[in-house]
Design a protein around this ligand. Structure first.
Ligand SMILES: [Zn+2]
Length: 431
């Protein structure tokens, strides 16, 4: 594929009629003759996008004349859109369940590196990691040591004793201090929550994640359990706000979601069992909800799951259809997330297909680009990357080219290996 792309590029360079006297910057690329979806709407049927270094320099609704020395790509009418953003991933949780007891740091990292590279090839140029990945992998990607999407990470999520991120079995001993496990810290009381949040912010976290209620993959907390008192949640929110950022909360039930929203939490992760009243509260608060359909679908099908996971997963899965309807009716900002773990990551792009049960193709593409970009912007000045998720002058040059129109055929989004003919991150072609 790479050879074909470069053959096209070389051929176009030969044919390009440069504009007399106007010389291109050294790292200037023109993508001509493309249908442009800018992250919000289709703005051109045969337009052009010019990239200089790592930024989009110009967007035109008509084709442009190449500058002298500019690399030109003939888009041949393909569909150009912003690089995809996944707002709920666990890049480092890529080891199989069967290895959970043996996975040490190097084993976890090896899997995370492979997983990051695969995510980028699926068209995801930015991901928001909601537990497990820290600055090390994010920095290695930024430095070009390994390939992957830029990672907006929380580091370790924060959970109460017996909460969703307390992975101890029922027969394990209690502890009197903070426990730092893989991807999580167990903290109880305002003082410990503040300390745990400050620790993640010290390690570069873009946002803080807490667990406000029961979850599927944890052994001792029922889904209906509400986790963290209002005061503990507020302590996390204040600590994040003092650093110019926000708190995300894992929450399923109306009780846990409404407590989190009232404490000032800005994003609700999952939200499967939300009711009408709570959806309306989320809309009034201007909060984002990040549903993830594919992970429940995949866990339902996965062989060898412990019975407690299977049962909780079924409850969460069955509630999702109603939740999406209520969120949409209430006018909540709905983000795009997948939440896959272990060996289920290759299903990431199937989220696009599952969402068609509740959303139009245009809504889904907006969720995975401009809506997710505005969620990531909640990190404010802590986010060094600039404008993401849109095709406009000055934005980061993350671009994908698709063979066909996903607004007419969402299946294309689920087949990145064949349907995505070009993936560009930071102005560099990665596929
Ligand atoms: Zn998650």
């Amino acid at each position: 594929m790479k050879r074909i792309t470069w053959t096209i590029v070389a051929f176009c360079l030969l044919l390009a009629k440069p504009v007399a006297g106007q010389e291109a910057k050294p790292n200037s690329t023109l993508i001509n003759n493309v249908q442009i979806f800018d992250g919000r709407n289709v703005i051109a049927s045969s337009g052009a996008v010019r990239i200089e270094d790592d930024r989009i320099a110009q967007v035109s609704s008509t084709q442009l004349e190449p500058l002298l020395g500019e690399m030109v790509i003939d888009g041949k009418g393909r569909f150009l859109m912003p690089g995809l953003i996944d707002a709920h991933v666990h890049v480092s949780w890529a080891f199989p369940f069967s290895k959970a007891d043996q996975a040490n740091e190097s084993y976890v990292t090896a899997g995370a590196v492979a997983n990051a590279s695969a995510m980028l090839k699926r068209g995801f140029t930015t991901v928001r990691d909601t537990a497990g990945t820290d600055y090390g992998l994010a920095m290695a990607i930024d430095d070009g040591v390994v390939q992957g999407p830029r990672i907006i990470f929380t580091g370790r999520s924060i959970s109460q004793t017996g909460g969703h991120a307390d992975h101890r079995k029922i027969n394990e001993k209690p502890s009197n201090s903070l426990i730092h496990g893989f991807g999580s810290t167990i903290a109880d009381g305002e003082a410990e929550v503040i300390k745990a949040a400050r620790e993640e912010l010290r390690r570069g976290a873009y946002f803080i994640k807490i667990h406000a209620g029961g979850g599927v993959s944890s052994p001792t907390d029922p889904l209906h359990s509400v986790q963290y008192s209002f005061e503990e949640m507020q302590a996390a929110v204040q600590t994040a706000a003092d650093r110019g950022t926000y708190v995300a909360a894992h929450a399923y039930t109306p009780e846990s979601i409404s407590r989190a929203l009232n404490a000032g939490v800005k994003t609700i992760e999952h939200g499967n069992m939300i009711d009408k009243k709570t959806a309306e509260l989320a809309a009034r608060k201007g909060a984002f909800v990040v549903p993830n359909l594919i992970t429940y679908w995949a866990m339902d099908k996965a062989p060898g799951m412990p019975p407690y996971i299977k049962a909780k997963n079924k409850t969460a899965l069955d509630a999702m259809t109603d939740a999406l309807k209520l969120l949409k009716e209430a006018g909540v900002k709905i983000a795009f997330g997948t939440d896959l773990i272990a060996n289920m990551h290759p299903l990431q792009n199937q989220e696009f297909l599952l969402r068609t049960q509740a959303f139009t193709p245009l809504e889904i593409l907006r969720q995975a680009t401009s809506v997710n970009a505005s969620l990531i912007a909640l990190s404010g000045r802590n986010n060094p990357y600039g404008k993401l998720g849109v095709i406009e002058a000055g934005a980061v040059a993350d671009i994908i080219l698709i063979d066909g129109n996903p607004l007419e055929n969402m299946t294309l989004m689920s087949k990145p290996e064949t349907a995505f003919s070009l993936i560009m991150k930071d102005g560099k072609i990665v596929k």
